[in-house]
Ligand binder design. Structure first.
Ligand code: CA
Length: 229
């Protein structure tokens, strides 16, 4: 199963510890940052699957960070949950307008926050969900790690499995090699782009006997797309 990386941007050590503990309890991985600079240092290395973003931070505020993330095509789609002590309705609207997916007011119950994290991930990052996915004749189960295509069992390596899961939850969209490295490998810096081609080839070979390999399409000059043909 894929573990979601949750970037925790919070300057108060006690709250950060509490959040990191609860995130780990839920089976997610917590990555800690205490301000905009350290948050962007993490993001530049690898895209997190979700960001918990405190509103009041030293230097750039959470709202400014959210706007910056939404303005960049690489980080535009990362789900964001804003944390704040503010309860003013106007502030809430400002938080959501800056691009946050959800909003939670301190003090919050860790259980409620985790439920919100799960809901946002289900909605915004379906490849992080445990639900079985079906597209045309292909069925993929993240819990049992099994794939079948047109009634045949498909044996996949871990990378091909993650790649297919990502494709099946993001169909009909073109992804560049760099985007796939970011989304599937979580590393667009140290992994070479041709690595993507190697795993695409293995995925197609695995799907070939079931004649579903044609769904993995090369888009010349752009990258790859998973399509219902
Ligand atoms: Ca704070």
């Amino acid at each position: 199963m894929t573990t979601a990386d949750i970037l925790l941007v919070e300057d108060e050590p006690a709250i950060q510890e509490l959040l990191a503990f609860n995130i780990a309890q839920c089976g997610f991985r917590a990555i800690k940052a205490e301000d905009a600079t350290s948050a962007f240092a993490h993001i530049n290395r690898a895209l997190p699957d979700l960001i918990l973003l405190d509103w009041m931070l030293p230097g750039a505020t959470g709202v400014e960070i959210a706007r910056k993330l939404r303005a960049d095509s690489r980080t535009r789609d990362i789900p964001i949950i804003m944390l704040t002590a503010r309860t003013d309705e106007r502030d809430k609207i400002l938080g959501l307008e800056s691009g946050a997916d959800d909003y939670i007011t301190k003090p919050f119950s860790p259980r409620e926050l985790m439920a919100r994290i799960r809901a946002v991930l289900r909605r915004r990052a379906p490849q992080m969900s445990d639900e079985t996915v079906r597209v045309e004749g292909i069925e993929l189960s993240p819990t049992t790690h099994r794939v079948s295509a047109n009634g045949q069992n498909i044996e996949l390596g871990p990378t091909e499995f993650r790649l297919l899961h990502f494709f099946m939850t993001h169909i009909e969209r073109v992804y560049s090699r760099a985007q796939l490295l970011d989304q599937v490998w979580g590393d667009h810096v140290f992994v070479e782009e041709r690595t993507v081609d190697v795993h695409i080839r293995r995925l197609r070979q695995a799907l070939e006997p079931s004649e579903t390999d044609k769904m993995v399409q090369t888009v010349r000059g752009s990258g790859y797309r998973f399509s219902r043909t």
